[in-house]
Design a protein around this ligand. Structure first.
Ligand SMILES: Cc1ncc(COP(=O)(O)O)c(C=O)c1O
Length: 409
């Protein structure tokens, strides 16, 4: 099958722009006229050094990352971050509070889907501190056991002085996302954290998993975060590199903390290792970094995050629009309540399994790939990351309209 006959709605790794892939393919043979391929050139060469700097600059300008925050490039994916931020933030807490015993350290986890559940499990596994579940969204669903949306703000129970507060901005499997507008019902309740609360005070280290929504729209209250991380393989590149934005005060000396009783942190998990070396302490994932740079250069050329965000807004409006028509005809039902539905991962169930099978098979015949829902949820999941164009979404929308008519006939 030819690439032109396919639209890849996969959840990740996912589609990348053709022009970027073509340029990367050329660079694999000859990178910037050096006669050496991008995967063959030294990570210490001046040419590759310029790629790392350029990628950092593209992220900084498009996301408006303030100078207080460093941008690091790390291997190991989002999953490694589930361990890294725990160890770094516990080390920080130990340095700040030498006399509070480990068993009184608390980490706050907001659980809204399978990824945040997994992150909380890793925090428990690493031990050393109590894991407080700020809220478990399942307890606020109609059946008491499903992830179907962001719980009401009054359900969030933050600790008084946690070492970190973690949330996952977009739950890729369940299709649950925080609303972007501050203080709306499904937004992250920043206003309940110390600084906005009566009496003021600093916000505890806020850690956000943006793996499946990074660079798709503006990050609310970016500067208030201690750590924001995202694997590249959804919106900005191949797997292999994880972008980690870390506020300066969270780049702590983990060895000094260990001397004071904190758990020793492997060198490659310490954020400071990367900030001290410009992410070049050891050999980084050179090809992934290069492709991510091309993707973001292309993004800048089409107008940057603002334009991409508006396109993404229209894409999801169109798709949810036609699906609401399907819902009105009792052909599908949404898993996720309105207001918490993801812009990136559109998740729904057919009225029965037979209809789901028919939908997936008819879609496949049109070249629509990877729309099957995650095995833990079932149904259908359409991922419309940045590289999926509005025209491609239009094609899917027309297909759904025709499908509905065929079923009704
Ligand atoms: C929201 C979220 N967090 C974390 C991960 C884990 O990322 P990785 O596979 O890069 O470890 C994923 C992967 O799909 C994800 O969607």
């Amino acid at each position: 099958m030819d690439r032109t006959q396919v639209i890849n709605f996969g959840p990740g790794p996912s589609a990348l722009p053709d022009s970027v892939l073509e340029e990367s393919a050329k660079a694999l043979l000859n990178f910037q006229g050096t006669g050496i391929g991008i995967s063959e050139i030294s990570h210490r060469s001046k040419e590759f050094g310029a790629v790392v700097k350029r990628l950092e600059q593209l992220i900084r300008t498009q996301l408006d990352v303030p100078p207080t925050h460093h941008i690091l490039f790390i291997q190991g994916g989002g999953t490694q971050q589930f361990s890294s931020f725990v160890l770094n933030m516990l080390a920080r807490y130990r340095l700040l509070h030498p006399n509070i015993p480990d068993e009184e350290h608390v980490m706050d986890y907001v659980v809204t889907g399978s990824w945040s559940k997994k992150a909380a499990e890793e925090a428990r596994r690493l031990g050393g501190a109590h894991v407080n579940i700020v809220v478990d969204a399942r307890e606020h669903s109609s059946d008491g056991k499903s992830f179907t949306g962001i719980p009401p703000h009054e359900a969030f129970k933050f600790s008084a002085d946690p070492a970190l507060i973690y949330y996952c901005e977009n739950e890729t499997v369940h299709g649950v996302q925080f609303a972007q507008e501050d203080r709306t019902p499904s937004s992250f309740p920043f206003h309940l954290l110390a600084r906005d609360a009566p009496g003021g005070g600093a916000i505890p280290p806020l850690v956000a998993d943006y793996s499946s929504s990074f660079m798709s729209r503006k990050i609310p209250r970016l500067a208030d975060h201690a750590v924001i991380f995202a694997g590249a393989q959804k919106n900005i590149g191949p797997s292999g590199v994880t972008i980690v934005i870390v506020r300066e005060d969270c780049l702590v000396d983990v060895d000094a903390a260990a001397k004071m009783g904190a758990a020793p942190v492997p060198k490659m998990l310490a954020y400071k290792t990367y900030s001290d070396s410009g992410s070049l302490y050891n050999t980084p994932p050179t090809f992934a970094i290069y492709v991510a740079m091309l993707v973001l250069e292309r993004m800048e050329n089409v107008g940057g995050l603002k334009v991409v965000e508006e396109t993404n807004r229209r894409k999801q409006e169109k798709l949810y629009g036609v699906l609401k028509e399907s819902e009105g005809k009792n052909l599908i039902r949404f898993n996720v309540k309105d207001g918490s539905r993801s812009w990136m991962n559109v998740v729904f169930r057919g009225k029965d399994e037979e209809l789901e099978k028919q939908f997936l098979a008819s879609g496949e015949a049109q070249g629509f790939k990877s729309m099957k829902g995650h095995r833990s949820v079932g149904g259908i999941r359409v991922s419309i990351y940045n590289a999926i164009t509005e025209e491609q979404v239009d094609k899917l929308v027309s297909f759904i309209k025709e499908f509905n008519e065929k079923i009704a006939a």
